[in-house]
Design a protein around this ligand. Structure first.
Ligand SMILES: Nc1ncnc2c1ncn2[C@@H]1O[C@H](COP(=O)(O)OP(=O)(O)OP(=O)(O)O)[C@@H](O)[C@H]1O
Ligand SMILES: [Mg+2]
Length: 428
């Protein structure tokens, strides 16, 4: 009997031992599986002959692994999307924590500020070395509301203007940081300034002749008409100023058409000698009045360019008109010279007038720019002629430049595409 019990206990113990070893082996495998998940290795090994009691745990472990894999995939795809968006925008974007340390910055930011590598981990001050930026971010964080500011920053020789938009943001740990978007608005600001100056200049140019005309009209209405000499004089002045107004509005129309490209060019081969003769004929009166000598030299008799004849005539009328107006001295000579160089025709209008001071030369093609503002007012110039020249020449795909030695004279060079076809236009 004793022997029977001992055998039974031994067999039961052996069975329990085997079962226990299977359980322990199973638990160890599950633990290995858990470790793999903990180390981000989500490929679950096969777990054959796992005791039935542990199969539910194995199933749960595999479910966790698959969930973690799904979450990682979603996070990677979100990261990819975020990086793609941040990397593709030209604006600078960065996120700061409450201590003003940069958590993340995009490549746009690195490019805008020429940063050597990612600014992540550095402070705002360390990255930009600018107190205004630091203050703006600090204010947004302190007040807990979006702040926006325009900050001028010197970059090399240029002064650029940036708009910083700072929006407070709740970070993962529950603390408040901010996302900052930086936009380079230098060009917009300069366009705004050009527009403001243009409006101011036009108003000023319109106001002067209108005030004069108004004054004379008042005088005439208040009895000036009785005095015939005085009335004729007033009408003469009013006529000159109304001409000036017409000249100004015509010029403004040409500029606006050239800039908006609203009137297409009527391109055709234009023979140069013919064109220059028409230009000279148009200004015959002031040429005679001044006794100016006009020389026309073309390297090739049939030299022709591909151009809008009417618009190009305006270009050379403007240049000749300037040479006569500002070179008003005895012995004035204006020379037209044209030659073909490869696919381009180079045309020069030179005078032996007073020339243009060096400091004015770089501004000479700007709208409303005049060298001697008071004298120009006397001669009736509005400072639009050369800006029209530049616009029209560029509209033709050409270039215009100035060379002038003050005291010696000026040369305006216009480079335009040569005509392809031998058919020449003589139409004005
Ligand atoms: N050939 C030249 N010699 C000397 N100064 C010149 C010459 N051409 C232009 N300038 C200077 O350049 C300025 C700008 O010329 P621009 O033709 O643009 O304007 P403007 O002659 O004053 O007016 P507008 O041509 O609109 O009647 C002139 O005011 C003048 O001072
Ligand atoms: Mg002019």
């Amino acid at each position: 009997m004793n022997y029977y019990w001992i055998t039974a206990i031994a067999v039961t113990a052996a069975i329990l031992l085997v079962a226990l070893r299977r359980y322990i082996a199973g638990i160890l495998r599950l633990r290995n599986g858990l470790r793999r998940v903990a180390r981000d290795n989500l490929d679950m090994p096969l777990m054959p002959d796992l005791p039935r009691g542990l199969r539910a745990a194995e199933h749960d472990l595999k479910t966790i692994a698959s969930r973690v894999r799904d979450l990682e995939r979603a996070a990677a795809s979100e990261r990819f999307g975020l990086n793609a968006i941040l990397g593709s925008i030209s604006e600078g974007v960065f996120i700061v924590d409450p201590k003003l340390k940069i958590r993340l910055g995009n490549t746009g930011l690195e490019k805008i500020f020429g940063l050597a590598g990612s600014p992540s981990g550095k402070s705002v001050m360390e990255t930009f070395r600018n107190l205004d930026i630091q203050k703006l971010v600090e204010e947004a964080l302190r007040e807990g509301r979006p702040r926006r500011g325009e900050i001028a920053i010197e970059q090399g020789r240029d002064l650029r203007i940036f708009e910083f938009s700072v929006s407070p943001l709740l970070l993962e740990g529950g603390e408040t940081g901010a996302v900052v978007v930086v936009h380079n608005i230098t060009k917009i600001k300069s366009l705004e300034r050009v527009r403001r100056e243009f409006v101011a200049n036009v108003s000023h140019e319109l106001r002067t002749p209108l005030t004069i005309i108004n004054g004379y009209l008042e005088t005439l209405l208040e009895g000036g008409l009785e005095d015939r000499v005085m009335a004729e004089n007033a009408l003469g002045v009013m006529f000159r100023h109304s001409e000036r107004l017409k000249h100004l509005t015509d010029d403004l129309l040409v500029i606006s058409q050239a800039e908006s490209r609203s009137v297409p060019l009527d391109l055709q081969p234009v023979e140069l000698r013919e064109l220059i003769r028409r230009v000279v004929a148009q200004l015959d009166e002031p040429i005679r009045a001044q006794g100016a000598e006009i020389r026309i030299t073309t390297a090739d008799e049939d030299l022709a360019i591909e151009a809008d004849a009417v618009k190009l005539e305006q270009v050379f009328v403007n240049l000749l008109d300037n040479a006569l107006k500002y070179g008003n001295r005895p012995g004035l000579t204006v020379e037209f010279y044209a030659e073909r160089l490869g696919p381009k025709v180079h045309l020069r209008v030179s005078d032996n007038g007073p020339g243009i001071p060096y400091e004015d030369q770089e501004h000479i093609f700007e709208r409303f720019y005049r060298v001697h503002k008071d004298r120009a007012r006397h001669t009736g110039g509005t400072g639009l002629g050369l800006s029209i020249v530049k616009n029209v020449v560029e509209l033709h795909g050409g270039e215009v430049s100035l060379q002038s030695l003050p005291g010696t004279g000026s040369t305006f060079q216009v480079v335009l595409p040569a005509a392809q076809s031998p058919r020449l236009s003589s139409a004005a």
